[in-house]
Write a protein that binds this ligand. Structure first.
Ligand code: XMP
Length: 534
């Protein structure tokens, strides 16, 4: 059993960042809605509790309180932003509304020599005060300390920017230690979970493999498992982990819809069937998909057709495996690469006041339709942890650190009607772009442009333009290169790729891919554009 931190979510946009910082300190944590029951808190067995921020105000929303059991549990509590305000109100202090919002960078002065901030500072003033560079986002503020608390931090506009009750080990900060703009934020959270709560720091992916393998073996016993392999990071890591646990009791089904990147299907087979010796069934369904897509130009219809066919083809394979026969037992489990952000985002509080609910595109409802039990070994991991685990399981770095690729694949990167000839041209052009991004190193960071971008790809435009090559006139297709930088894919900036790189890519595509005679670069940010073109 790992030491655990419980994070109570009051609906802040950045609650997941708190969890990620805690996990980076190698401490296991879970996010739960703020209105869980007292019994839940007692049985969870946390070594410490963190109260998140919120969009709400303590005086307008009386349901947004920490359960009484938090204060009765005897473990350390850290309140962040709204979490500090509710701590103040619940323990006898005061919170007031202020007409100026404080938003962005601030310098906070440390007070009171608390255990939380001991030795943690960015600089000190000529008078010798320790100062922290932090990120603030609040309207309300604590105006009176609860009994027993002392001042821990202040700014000129927020005289109580931090407070502490050291006997009870309650700490609270008005700023956000979980965001990277708070320079010492990681240190501070580390101090809380490791130092103050005394968590062991035993959440390490390399060691986690054994534990996960054990758990999968217990859950599955001698039954059979089916997994839909897409070539993406999550399903690949899930497959490698489950294969490590139960070997040939796992069968992977890889549906090739013909709209994958160049040689991707062969690479997936080579990795899983070739190197890991896993059982993989490759279903070449490209004719079916491309046939159904013929003549269809509407982006949403294209998505629906691809998604629907994918489920049909996968279901048909799964039904066969479920039935099995000839002395072979049928499958009873369906494995999915669901990861922790999918789980928390689809949760939300009972009162539905906090966490926004996001519908995600996991193959919804499939296990029920197929009458299979669900196996989701990555359910408690963040993306960074899934990647670390993948590397620890021996998957190639390039596969595990790949840019995301949409489920409908090149289907949404060929504008309008999808034709096999367009897909072939696009695959080759895109492969050149990615190859050059991987091999071009930025001298300042020492990283490749592939690693410096969050997603990069080529889009096929089914229009023809005139060009000249050698002595002849050409009349060929156009592609657009797209490369973006983003942390959450909700907003994104187009990447300022070096001109020399763009020049090389464009030269290679036009020379090497006959049928394309013009290359453009997309300089639109999201919003108002989206990352994909359809
Ligand atoms: P947009 O184009 O909405 O993309 O800015 C944001 C992120 O979502 C990915 N994306 C998809 N992924 N099925 C998927 O699995 C889809 O239909 C789909 N559409 C967009 C996109 O690649 C980007 O990472």
């Amino acid at each position: 059993m790992h030491d655990k931190i419980l994070i109570l979510d009051f609906g802040s946009q950045v609650t997941q960042l708190i969890a990620r910082r805690v996990r980076e300190a190698h401490v296991y944590c879970e996010i739960h809605p703020n209105d869980v029951s007292d019994e839940f808190i007692r049985s969870f067995g946390a070594k410490g509790i963190i109260l998140s921020g919120s969009h709400a105000s303590t005086y307008e929303d009386h349901e947004l309180r920490a359960p009484q059991a938090v204060w009765d549990s005897g473990v350390p509590v850290l309140g962040i932003c709204y979490g500090m305000q509710t701590m103040a109100v619940q323990l006898g202090g005061e919170v007031s509304w202020s007409d100026t919002r404080e938003f962005g960078y601030a310098e906070v002065r440390a007070h009171g020599h608390t255990e939380l901030l001991r030795g943690i500072q960015d600089f000190s003033t000529p008078e010798g005060h320790g100062m922290l560079k932090v990120w603030m986002s609040h309207g309300d503020k604590v105006t009176a300390l609860p009994p027993g608390f002392k001042l821990m931090a202040s700014t000129p506009s927020c005289p109580i920017a931090g407070m502490a009750h050291e006997d009870k080990r309650y700490y609270a900060v008005q700023f956000h230690p979980e965001v990277t703009h708070t320079v010492q934020g990681t240190e501070l959270l580390n101090r809380f979970v490791r130092g103050i709560c005394g968590c062991a720091g035993d959440w390490i992916m390399g060691n986690y493999i054994e534990e996960a393998v054990q758990r999968i073996r217990e859950q599955v016993g001698d039954e059979e498992v089916i997994l839909g392999l897409s070539g993406g990071v999550d399903s690949s890591v899930a497959a490698a982990l489950i294969h490590r646990a139960i070997g040939d009791q796992l069968t992977c089904v890889f549906v090739d819809h013909g709209l994958l990147r160049l040689n991707e299907g062969d690479m997936v087979m080579d990795m899983f069937a070739g190197r890991l010796h896993a059982k993989v069934i490759r279903v070449d369904a490209s004719e079916l998909f491309l046939g159904q897509l013929a003549g269809v130009t509407d982006p949403e219809r294209k998505r629906k057709i691809i998604g629907g066919l994918f489920v049909d083809v996968f279901k048909a394979e799964a039904e066969k495996l479920k039935a099995a026969g000839n002395g072979v037992k049928g499958a009873t489990f369906l494995a999915q690469g669901t990861i922790y952000p999918d789980v928390v985002e689809s949760g939300g509080t009972k009162t539905k006041k906090a966490t926004t609910i996001k519908s995600h595109h996991n193959v919804g409802g499939l296990p029920e339709q197929l009458g299979l039990k669900l196996l989701e070994p990555l359910r408690e991991l963040f993306k960074d942890e899934v990647r670390e685990l993948g590397v620890a399981l021996g998957l190639p770095h390039d596969m595990v650190y790949r840019h995301p690729f949409p489920g409908p694949g090149l289907g949404v990167r060929i504008l309008g009607e999808v034709k096999p000839e367009y897909a072939k041209l696009l695959q080759r052009a895109d492969a050149i772009f990615i190859e050059e991004l991987r091999s071009t190193i930025d001298p300042h960071s020492g990283k490749s442009w592939y690693d410096l971008t969050s997603q990069a790809f080529t889009v096929f435009l089914p229009v023809k333009s005139v060009g000249v090559m050698g002595d002849g006139r050409t009349y060929d297709y156009v592609v657009a290169l797209r490369a973006v930088q983003t942390s959450d894919f909700m907003t994104a900036d187009w990447a300022e790729l070096p001109y020399s790189l763009l020049k090389k890519v464009s030269g290679r595509i036009i020379n090497e891919v006959r049928g394309i005679n013009r290359v453009t670069y997309d300089v639109s940010s999201k919003p108002p554009a989206t990352i994909e073109w359809e």
